[in-house]
Design a binder for this molecule. Structure first.
Ligand code: PMP
Length: 353
């Protein structure tokens, strides 16, 4: 058997995987805890029957982009859609970074920013967050000025810390960054403000969003960016022909008919987040304020790993961040349904008792 070695610079990369364990309460990957609306499912089923499956999809996904543009009050040529926001991020990095170019981010943050940058051959330059996970504007200025990155990332709300970035920090980055600035807003619906208000044709800023969380469509893999028209047009160079399948284009467009329902679910999740943090206040844990559908916490009297295992033994899976740089003993819990949140809190009390 002839085996070809993997590219040597990729061998050191371990990938980004959350264990997919079959347990009753899965609060580890920040998905929506609810199925999509029944009316959406019925319409999607009808689409599946009627689709021209033998034909390639609309290559520019015109209708879906128009729908997303209307949702945000922008124009369709400012919208780029792809298979999950991860593919959006990958496309930006393919188009603007690559070998010999720097990409910056501020750790701890969403690991895929660095991971994809390395896969496309770029050099990763990481700045650091303060002890409370906020970001010092002087650190932004220092790292960006020194490394002159082709692409700079800010994740807001930040995964896994939940930290919402103040508008001033994005403005500081825009003022000093020589390249594209990406604000990853996978969790923006749960947060008090959005950098979308800063997007225009004169600013090299893109804001990325996903259908995986609020829209209950993680299984479908659909994400997008809003950015300047010239950037969206130039991204054509790296997208594969017909990259977004016809079924998904229609499913995403149909989801946009349910904005009201989604907004009410977001309110429920935010209320669930308050229930979880109120319980944290009565337990020996440190936790950090979150503008997302998850909360980062650190048990004070036990190791993070032991608490993760204790929760798993009780049928509750959370994200174990305890071995990640800067996150010693930390765990991240996704807000679930009312019942799931109760089960989590009860299990956590037992484990910490
Ligand atoms: N950005 C952030 C910050 C995330 O947490 C995630 C999901 N883990 C993504 C992007 C990717 O989301 P998707 O590819 O499902 O749209």
């Amino acid at each position: 058997m002839k085996r070809i070695p993997l590219r040597s610079d990729l061998r050191a990369l371990s990938g980004y995987h959350s264990p997919q364990v079959d347990v009753p309460v899965r609060l580890n990957t920040n998905e929506a805890p609810y199925a999509p609306p029944v009316a959406w499912l019925e319409e999607v089923a009808a689409v599946a029957r009627d689709l021209d499956w033998n034909r390639y999809p609309d290559r520019v996904a015109a209708e879906l982009r128009k729908g997303i543009a209307a949702l945000h009050g922008v124009s369709a040529d400012q919208v780029l859609v792809a298979n999950g926001s991860n593919e959006v991020l990958q496309s930006v990095l393919l188009a603007y970074s690559g070998v010999g170019r720097n990409v910056t981010m501020f750790s701890p943050t969403y690991q895929m920013h660095a991971q994809i940058a390395r896969v496309v051959g770029a050099t990763v330059v990481e700045g650091v967050r303060n002890a409370d996970f906020t970001l010092d504007p002087r650190e932004i200025e220092r790292v960006v000025t020194e490394s002159q990155p082709a692409v700079s990332f800010i994740c807001s709300p930040n995964n896994p810390t939940g930290t919402v970035e103040p508008r001033e920090n994005i403005e500081v980055m825009l003022a000093v960054a020589p390249g594209v600035v990406v604000v990853d807003e996978a969790y923006a619906q749960f947060s008090p403000w959005s950098a979308l208000e800063l997007v225009n044709d004169d600013t090299p800023l893109v804001v990325t969003r996903t259908f995986s969380k609020t829209w209950s469509m993680a299984a479908a893999r659909l994400g997008y960016l809003i950015g300047p028209r010239w950037l969206v047009a130039d991204m054509e160079a790296v997208l594969l022909p017909y990259h977004l399948d016809a079924f998904k284009q229609r499913a995403g467009l149909l989801a946009l008919k349910f904005v009201g329902e989604m907004e009410s679910r977001v309110r429920d999740i935010v209320a669930g987040r308050d229930v979880i943090t109120a319980a944290f206040d009565r337990l020996p844990v440190t936790w950090w304020p979150s503008g997302a559908n998850f909360v980062l916490f650190r048990p004070e009297s036990m190791s993070g790993r032991a608490v993760w295992q204790g929760l798993l033994d009780r049928g509750v899976l959370v994200r174990d961040c305890s071995s990640w740089a800067g996150l010693g003993d930390c765990l991240r819990v996704t807000v679930g349904t009312v019942e799931e949140n109760e089960t989590f809190v009860t299990a956590l009390k037992e484990v910490l008792a």
